[in-house]
Design a protein around this ligand. Structure first.
Ligand code: SF4
Length: 359
């Protein structure tokens, strides 16, 4: 196996195998890998646009009983600093965001055993009815599993109730690395990799769309990253329900895992992963670059390594902030960053429909 053979397959739209993905991750020259991924991006998204969404990422509760060792955000019930917002408080927050031009609320929280399913249903119901300009992009797989446990309903029943209340998309958080071996070590009370995929499968079959994420740069091996991409590619073949793939690196500050992994993964690693995912996930329409988690300059470079979307403006963010990682922007800066990188910025909806182009 060599790079030229794999490149030939990619250029001719022949799906690459896991061992070829591993070769690209470990042995491909970085600039050639980026060039190949940029070629794939051109074929899949031949437009000169790079999209972004005006969004915010509040959290309704930080109470959680799952104890992931990579997480600095959660508090146990009764612990100092715990909080849970009421539905009224959240609707008020959302109203203020809508007044600032936000169109997507990406809402997640801890897995809080004190919250009933009615709380979530009421929140979705009121958001869709009272704030028609806001798209609720609510609840990761872990929270859906938590709701099923508290309500003693099946995952499908919970998802159908949320659907009936007006929810249509789910954020792809909680995937971390889709390897049961790794998940057992970093989040052994959380759903397994197979369960994460099952919840997404069930959601997609009901009609939901979702993103898929990956948090790398901790205890995973290269093979685990390939396993993650392979699992996503298979599920996407089956359901077609993923809109985009969003990788980011682990931020160790204030987490139990900090003692073992004290540093961030390198920027080179990020660019390799963006490029590899663009090539490997041949059935995903969009790959998202993150100005937020990897820095604005690297976010711009990632647009030349296969990414076609610049993520959200994230007016509020608390999870990385708890790990001492803070980065801020605004809509004007996102537009300028995309232009500086050589593309035309285009504001999109949660479902990637373009609503405004900034020539
Ligand atoms: S990552 Fe999510 S599920 Fe895990 S401890 Fe943090 S809040 Fe809880």
């Amino acid at each position: 196996m060599n790079f030229e053979e794999i490149k030939y397959k990619v250029i001719n739209n022949i799906r690459i195998k896991p061992e070829e993905g591993l070769f690209l991750l470990q042995k491909a020259p970085i600039l050639e890998l980026g060039e190949l991924a940029a070629f794939v991006r051109e074929v899949k998204n031949p437009s000169p646009y790079v999209t972004f969404v005006v969004d915010t990422n509040p959290n309704y509760t930080n109470i959680c009983t799952i104890d992931c060792i990579f997480c600095a955000f959660y508090r146990h019930p009764g612990e100092e600093g715990e909080y849970t917002y009421s539905v009224d408080e959240l609707i008020q927050k959302f109203r203020e965001s809508a007044a600032m031009g936000v169109t997507t609320i990406l809402l997640q929280g801890g897995v809080n055993p004190n919250l009933s399913l009615d709380y979530y249903i009421e929140l979705v119901n009121r958001t869709t009815k009272e704030l028609p300009d806001i798209h609720p992009h609510f609840f990761s797989v872990s929270e859906i599993v938590g709701m099923a446990e508290v309500s003693r309903l099946s995952i499908e029943e919970v998802l159908r109730k949320l659907w009936d209340a007006g929810l249509r998309t789910l954020p792809g958080g909680g995937a971390e690395i889709l390897s049961n071996r790794i998940k057992k070590k970093i989040s052994n009370k959380k759903e397994t990799a197979d369960q994460w995929l099952d919840v997404m499968r069930t959601a997609h079959k009901i009609g939901y769309k979702s993103t898929a994420t990956m948090m790398y740069g901790h205890i995973e091996k290269d093979e685990d990253i390939i396993e993650h991409l392979e699992s996503l590619r298979k599920l996407q073949d089956e359901t077609g329900g993923f809109t985009a793939f969003i990788p980011w690196s682990f931020k160790p500050g204030n987490t139990p895992l900090e003692k073992i992994i004290p540093h961030y993964a390198s920027s080179t690693r990020y660019l390799q992963i963006i490029a590899l995912s663009r090539i490997y996930l041949d059935n995903f329409a969009h790959i998202q670059a993150s100005w937020f988690s990897e820095g604005k300059k690297i976010g711009q470079i990632a647009l030349h390594f296969g990414a076609d979307d610049f993520g959200g403006t994230l007016l509020e963010e608390n999870v990385h902030a708890a790990a001492n990682y803070v980065s801020k922007t605004n809509t004007d800066e996102v537009i300028n960053l995309i232009k500086e990188a050589g593309f035309i910025p285009a504001q999109r909806t949660t479902l990637y429909q373009i609503i405004k182009i900034f020539e």
